[in-house]
Design a protein around this ligand. Sequence first.
Ligand code: HEM
Length: 138
Amino acid sequence: MLWVKAFHILFFTSWFAGLFYLPRIFVNLAMVPAESVAERERLLLMAGKLFRFMTPLGVIAIGLGLWLWFGYGFAGGWLHAKTALVIGLVAYHAWCGMLLAEFREGSSIKGHVWFRFFNEVPVLALAIICILAVVKPF
Ligand code: HEM
């Protein structure tokens, strides 16, 4: 069980590196002047590679979590609350994919301030999920 949990922690940490950094790239993309085509293309390339890289990391992190849950009989309200938050994170991840498509089409209308707030969502989610997983308050 400890091996599964060790890799669970490794993969969700790696997934979160992407969830933290991709919206930061969006902040920069939202600030790129229209005439800076090379910079825009460079940021889009980085965002595309990061999104492709972080997606399987999230899938494996969740798969290992489900293995812990159903393979080792964990139970409790904390696990349901945690899973609900993780479903929210999956939606956030998918939303990042849609925002990336908007940037590629040049149709993104959201400003860099909006993306700065958007960037804080995974921080809050990580804090609550870790408290639920370690403290198990209910
Ligand atoms: C649906 C997805 C997930 C499920 C079903 C799940 C389930 C679990 C289970 C059953 C454990 C073992 C708890 C224990 O040993 O006391 C665990 C550990 C942990 N999980 Fe998840 N997890 C999921 C996703 C995540 C994500 C996305 C994060 C990070 C944000 C996360 C953070 C943790 C942490 C920090 C631990 C270690 C807790 C400890 O050792 O006390 N999990 N997870």
